[in-house]
Ligand binder design. Structure first.
Ligand code: ADP
Ligand code: MG
Length: 266
């Protein structure tokens, strides 16, 4: 199932008198149950692209569709509140709150169905991500970087979303902790059906993804297969223009999106 579609996206910044194009007609479908890594050099537009996917900014042209509906129609704020979880390099937690409080803030603003016992839900999620009982009631600023990133991922999941976007999530972490975080993303995709999209300049992340993409000079391409893969290497090719998934013929005013199931047991 296609979770997120980029449809002929363009983005440019004003550079004095001229426009500087960062994204040039980018199209792609992101599917449920897959872990994607988008690699690109610094300044190639990864954060810009993720901001458009997360409704933190608007494209100059084209559209972002969530399960076939333009996020313009879903509503940017509603989409952010109910359908996407975003993980940042510097965690962006509320530092003076405890881990569990950080999750409960996110749960308090979503319209999604969360079981009544929110504290229990938050505790289970944090435990699942490796934050044990002794740490969930501590202010997050006293946790290590790796622990804070686990809390940030738990927060992204706390609203029961199907789509996780992460911007350089291992950028501040050591090698071993980075590997643990990558394994978490893999598990969320493969065992819980999430669509996970990570942008990174790190090879370690890109090599472990189900699909590797490269953003360069405004164009998104499939990445060559790693040498150790069973499939022989292929030439990097521009991604063909993709068609958005067929829209269901339902009430255009109904912007609610059904969750397939509850992938993480609360
Ligand atoms: N607000 C802005 N105004 C002008 N240029 C910007 C702005 N934000 C980013 N840029 C430029 O756009 C390019 C892409 O930035 P970014 O998406 O942050 O790249 P990446 O995340 O791949 O490093 C960079 O050259 C950056 O300097
Ligand atoms: Mg960036």
């Amino acid at each position: 199932m296609t979770v997120l579609t980029l449809q002929n996206l363009t983005y440019s910044y004003n550079d004095g008198a001229s426009q500087r194009y960062i994204l040039n007609d980018v199209s792609f479908n992101f599917e449920a149950g897959k872990f994607y890594a988008i690699k690109g050099p610094s300044g190639s537009g990864k954060t810009t692209m993720l901001s458009l996917m997360g409704a933190l900014d608007k494209p100059r042209g084209g559209a972002v569709l969530f399960k076939g509906k333009s996020i313009d129609n879903v509503g940017y704020e509603k989409y952010r509140r109910n359908h996407v979880g975003i993980v940042f390099q510097s965690y962006n937690l509320i530092p003076w709150m405890t881990a569990i409080e950080n999750l409960m803030v996110a749960m308090s603003v979503t319209d999604n169905d969360i079981p009544k016992d929110q504290k229990n839900v938050a505790t289970n999620l944090l435990n699942y991500l490796g934050i044990d009982q002794s740490k969930i009631e501590r202010r997050v600023k006293s946790l290590s970087g790796g622990e804070q990133q686990r809390v940030a991922i738990a927060r992204a999941l706390a609203t029961n979303v199907d789509l996780i976007l992460a911007d350089e999530p291992t950028g501040n972490l050591d090698e071993e902790t980075s590997e643990e975080i990558i394994q978490i993303f893999k598990r969320l995709a493969h065992e819980h059906g999430k669509c996970v999209v990570v942008v990174t300049h790190a090879d370690e992340v890109a090599l472990e993804a189900d699909e590797g993409l490269v953003l360069s000079k405004g164009v998104l391409r499939r990445r060559e297969m790693p040498v150790q893969a069973a499939v022989p290497p292929v030439e990097s090719q521009p991604i063909a223009q993709v068609q958005p998934p067929t829209l269901e013929q339902d009430d255009p005013n109904d912007v609610s999106v059904e969750h397939t199931d509850v992938p993480i047991k609360f």
